[in-house]
Design a protein around this ligand. Structure first.
Ligand SMILES: [Zn+2]
Length: 242
């Protein structure tokens, strides 16, 4: 049974279920749900919510910011894109050059080019995707160089791809590929993906030994996997450009 409750101006929903412990969840829209055992009274649920208020409001804020940022994402002047865990604003700057050129400066992604090219969405899309791909080649190699030492393995070839559902893959002949869209995630998540694939050069499965090896390099790997599961949908260019 789902009921709606108020604590001053704050609204939350309670779902009673045949469970043992109370959990508080914030959904993708920033709505707060309390899932409680059948025998816990509403006043005691309210007390728990009151005690957890700071945590709840902080997380609601994070979710609402994310929604705001997602809405402002795009590939046009003034829109935003994710880059290594941060939302960067796209800025167009006119320049008398043949092809568009993209660079990152502080908190901006700057696209330089002739006025006519900067008005062409298809062209902007190509330039920015190409920029991500080129940077991916460099960044993934750098990260592999850092982590391969712990494992004593090195991929035969590193390929940059744009798979729809995979962040990385490893083939039996020792080649590794990475999805360049993972560059939108925070660096610690990028590193998890790199280590995940490097460890497949030792174990080609997801066995206990495999995860033990991952854990020996990234002890918090479970958090990073969880981050990818929850936030993976954000690591993308806006819908119409995929
Ligand atoms: Zn795997």
């Amino acid at each position: 049974m789902e009921t709606t409750h108020r604590l001053s101006s704050f609204e939350y929903k309670v779902i009673k279920k045949d469970i043992k412990n109370i959990t508080i969840k914030i959904n993708g829209k920033g709505e707060v749900y309390v899932i409680a055992p059948l025998n816990v009274s509403y006043p005691s649920i309210e007390k728990i919510v009151e005690n957890k208020m700071e945590w709840i409001q902080e997380n609601v804020e994070v979710t609402k910011n994310r929604i705001y940022n997602m809405k402002s994402m795009g590939l046009l002047d003034g829109k935003k894109l994710l880059w290594i865990g941060n939302f960067l604003k796209i800025e167009m700057q006119q320049a008398d050059i043949k092809k568009c050129y993209v660079e990152i400066a502080e908190d901006k992604i700057i696209v330089y080019g002739k006025a006519v090219l900067l008005k062409n969405e298809e062209n902007i899309k190509k330039s920015i995707c190409e920029f991500y791909k080129q940077r991916a080649k460099v960044i993934f190699r750098e990260r592999v160089d850092i982590y391969h030492k712990n494992l004593n393995v090195y991929p035969k070839k590193i390929t940059i791809r744009c798979q729809k559902t995979r962040w990385g893959s490893c083939s039996s002949n020792g080649n590794i590929s990475f999805n360049y869209k993972i560059l939108m995630a925070p660096m610690e998540v990028i590193d998890y993906v790199v280590v995940h694939e490097l460890c497949h050069l030792v174990y080609m499965d997801h066995s206990r030994d495999y995860w033990r090896l991952v854990e020996s390099i990234i002890p918090q790997y479970k958090n990073r996997r969880k981050w990818l599961k929850c936030n993976g949908y954000m690591l993308n260019f806006p819908e119409k450009y995929i």
